[in-house]
Design a protein around this ligand. Structure first.
Ligand SMILES: Cc1ncc(COP(=O)(O)O)c(C=O)c1O
Length: 470
């Protein structure tokens, strides 16, 4: 009820009366005649911040986490080899996803690399990736000595523009690696429509999308393989960790062995592991050590028990925030595809229109938000333009695999103009922003309103951009 009233009060205050605005562009009805706090001086200009309280702490820790952690410590069974909790988590996560197999790994990056390895992505291959994502999506392709082919972003959704994938496919395309960015979902209908007839495997990077759904099916179980991250910031986390998901027994068999030094596993008819030991020190393949520890496995089990309730809270709060933002021109939540039946809200993604703020640059807007006590950041930079990418492609290994002409052609293909624009205008709020109360969200909107009201003054103020996050 309190939340309901505070929203009504905000909207009423926002639309009543009249006041002089310094904004040159698009003065909005909601700004007219505000009382506090929009008329109060901005914190960045010496006024009081809208918010001084921190947002909810992450991760949530309760007594069962402490108990579980010390149980592992005392048991001396710290490794999954001989332990039981990593295996228990794999089973629970597979059930939750409605998938046949889950393999826990040391990180999301290692889950993705294990998936590409199982699909035999290697030198001479191309993998289609989005340019708007965390760097790991691209790193794993380069680690296989394959070429990342960037397909431009759908600027309205921040997802890979699936309509442009077909044109990027060549005879060398070995896999498509869409990312379900921010907890939303890439357009899986279009992705499968172009990949299935060509038998091109799809690896879903679901590292940010725990419990998200496409047409009521959990992500990571829709393509051939899917990967999650359980790194500290993620909606399900154990400090560092990841998981690979597949319904394909052969891909699971290869991945399981690869992640455990290439060792043999004995499995039953359902691919359940009977033993992780082959005869003596004998190996099925070349491999790596990407195992999760029992400490992490047990924390994932305790955190998993809270995931559904937290996911619901984020969904409700996101719906409320979206409603509030409708009243403000210039901060627009990203569109969600119709097929996305559940959004995980790892990031609440928006776009900033500087014109609606009288030309106030995004950087200064972000500084002002932070000064008001609201965490907000500018999203990703264009990965296709990263200097490290060029350096990697010019390295000895890549030059020995690819001709200068091939590499020059790749550079030509990898332009992503829509993504360039998105990288200038994206705004993001983290998942913990959505875990609190409605008054937290009211304050976010109050801060935006305040900045909007004093945008012209803020743009003129002699401030330095020394905020590293802006
Ligand atoms: C989209 C995406 N892919 C891959 C990863 C890699 O996961 P990790 O950090 O667990 O290696 C992340 C994690 O930040 C991510 O956000």
């Amino acid at each position: 009820m309190a939340d309901h009233l505070s929203r009504r009060k905000f909207l009423k205050g926002a639309s009543a009366g009249a006041a002089g605005l310094s904004l040159a562009a698009k003065p909005a009805s909601f700004l007219v005649g505000q009382t506090t706090p929009a008329n109060q001086r901005l914190a960045l200009l010496g006024g009081k911040p809208v918010r001084t309280e921190p947002f909810p702490a992450w991760p949530v820790i309760e007594n069962n986490d402490r108990k579980a952690w010390s149980e592992i410590l005392e048991s001396r069974r710290w490794s999954r080899l001989g332990g039981r909790y990593v295996a228990e988590f794999e089973k629970s996560w597979a059930e939750k996803l409605g998938a046949r197999y889950v393999l826990a790994t040391a990180s999301g990056t290692s889950a993705l690399a294990t998936a590409l390895n199982a699909l035999e992505v290697g030198p001479g291959d191309e993998v289609i990736v989005p340019p708007y994502t965390f760097v790991a999506t691209v790193n794993v392709v380069l680690l296989q000595h394959a070429l990342p082919v960037f397909v431009d972003t759908d600027r309205e959704t921040s997802q890979i523009d699936a309509r442009k994938i077909e044109a990027a496919i060549t005879g060398r395309t070995r896999a498509v690696l869409p990312v379900h960015l921010g907890g939303s979902v890439a357009d899986m209908d279009t992705i499968l429509k172009v990949t299935r007839p060509r038998s091109i495997p799809v690896v879903e990077d679901a590292c940010q999308s725990h419990l998200a759904e496409w047409r009521h099916k959990k992500v990571a179980s829709i393509g051939d393989m899917g990967c999650f991250s359980f790194q500290a910031s993620k909606n399900l986390n154990c400090s560092e960790g990841g998981a690979l998901v597949t319904n394909n027994p052969e891909l699971m068999r290869i991945s399981r062995s690869f992640h455990n030094a290439g060792r043999y596993y004995s499995v039953d008819a359902d691919q359940n592991v009977v033993s992780s030991r082959g005869p003596g020190f004998s190996y099925e393949r070349n491999g790596d050590n990407r195992r999760l520890t029992e400490f992490q496995g047990v924390l994932l089990l305790t955190q998993l028990a809270r995931l559904e309730e937290q996911a619901r809270r984020r969904e409700q709060n996101a719906a409320y925030l979206k409603q509030l933002l409708k009243e403000i021109p210039g901060v627009t939540p990203q569109r969600i595809y119709d097929g996305c039946t559940r959004h995980a809200y790892h990031i609440f993604m928006c776009r900033y229109d500087s014109e609606a703020f009288g030309g106030l640059p995004r950087r200064r807007f972000l500084q002002a938000m932070r000064a008001e006590g609201i965490r907000c950041s500018g999203g990703y930079r264009p990965l296709n333009k990263e200097p490290f990418l060029k350096a990697t492609l010019e390295s000895r290994a890549f030059r020995s695999i690819y001709s200068a002409r091939q590499l020059a052609e790749l550079e030509e293909r990898n332009h992503c103009p829509e993504n360039d624009k998105l990288c200038q205008e994206a705004l993001s709020f983290s998942q913990t922003t959505l875990l609190g109360t409605r008054s937290d969200l009211d304050q976010i909107v109050e801060a935006i309103r305040k900045i909007h009201g004093q945008a012209a003054e803020l743009a003129r103020a002699p401030l330095s951009y020394d905020d590293p996050l802006a």
